[in-house]
Design a protein. Structure first.
Length: 326
């Protein structure tokens, strides 16, 4: 049986409640209710969880590194690219954030439905095109519409970038990003209703010391929805490393075989003091550490590989390989 309070204890409790030392039950319930309330904007529902957003961030950080290497090779200068934001917002907000004109590439994402957008800031477009044409990469003072030649040149860069996007998405799913159309005015690029949720990835691009701009990738949530479970961290941890196909092996072997290497052979060597070198005269004979009948070493990129003897083949100098270097 529960303990029964005495009259003195009941009076003490009532006195404490009336003095505020113990809050009334109603006030306690109201405080708990206020603590449990959180703001929610029904116009901007959080369709992608924080865990899934972190996966998107990881994927596109890898893409930023790939694109940095690609652009550095294309432009023959240092290009630094960093992922600065991964957001979920409405398509209307994404379109309003873009300059006009800008370079927008509409991309298919098979087997996913819908279209995505790969956008490059006009400052970057002019700088990239100018550098690829042999210029210094300084963009014009006033932004203008792109010419057909400029769109074709930047289109080549975008196609290379989308191949890298395919590779960085491989750990999540096999997606084939392909350029299908181009647009300069964001208001004419209506691939979604303005209230639809999209995932927007923003990358900062720095070319050399003078030029910087923004690239953006927009992927609709309705396109990502079939892959939403694959974006969890648990899925990525359980993904086995991708096996190299036979075609990839053949391509790697072919590229290695076609690589140019430096081959040299050493007739002999010796050690001389600085004083001896300073006293050398025309006609002096330097004695090497090998006899005329000993084999010489053939080196590939400075690494000893074969033994043999030098000689002449017609009018050209040559080296006859006799055995492998042990």
């Amino acid at each position: 049986m529960a303990d029964i309070l005495s009259q003195d204890e009941v009076d003490a409790l009532l006195s404490a409640v009336s003095s505020g030392e113990i809050p009334e039950a109603q006030n306690v319930q109201e405080n708990q209710r206020h603590k449990q309330v959180s703001l929610y904007d029904f116009k901007r529902p959080e369709m992608i969880s924080k865990d899934q957003m972190r996966t998107l961030q990881m994927v596109h950080e890898n893409f930023a590194r790939y694109l940095s290497n690609l652009m550095s090779a294309f432009l023959r200068t240092v290009v630094e690219i960093n992922l600065i934001a991964v957001d979920q917002l409405t398509y209307g907000e994404f379109i309003m954030s873009l300059p006009n004109p800008t370079n927008m590439t509409l991309m298919s994402m098979e087997p996913l439905e819908g279209r995505g957008i790969f956008e490059i800031n006009p400052v970057l477009v002019f700088s990239i095109v100018d550098r690829m044409m042999g210029g210094s990469g300084v963009p014009p003072e006033e932004v203008r519409l792109f010419t057909d030649i400029e769109q074709r040149v930047i289109g080549t860069v975008v196609e290379k970038a989308l191949k890298g996007l395919n590779e960085t998405w491989e750990h999540v799913a096999e997606i084939n990003f392909q350029a299908v159309d181009r647009e300069m005015n964001p208001q004419f690029c209506q691939i979604l209703a303005s209230g639809e949720t999209v995932a927007a990835m923003t990358l900062e691009v720095k070319i050399g010391d003078d030029t910087s701009g923004i690239c953006s990738i927009c992927i609709p949530y309705i396109s990502l929805e079939p892959l939403i479970d694959n974006l969890s961290a648990q899925h990525l941890v359980g993904v086995a490393p991708k096996k190299i196909t036979e075609e990839q092996k053949n391509n790697l072997e072919r590229n290695i075989k076609n690589a140019a290497v430096t081959v040299s052979f050493e007739i002999g060597k010796t050690s001389l003091s600085i004083n001896e070198i300073m006293e050398l005269q025309v006609g002096d004979v330097v004695v090497l550490d090998k006899s005329i009948n000993s084999d010489n070493t053939l080196c590939v990129e400075g690494v000893p590989k074969f033994l043999g003897v030098p000689g002449l083949l017609g009018t050209k100098k040559g080296f006859m390989v006799k055995s492998k270097f042990l």
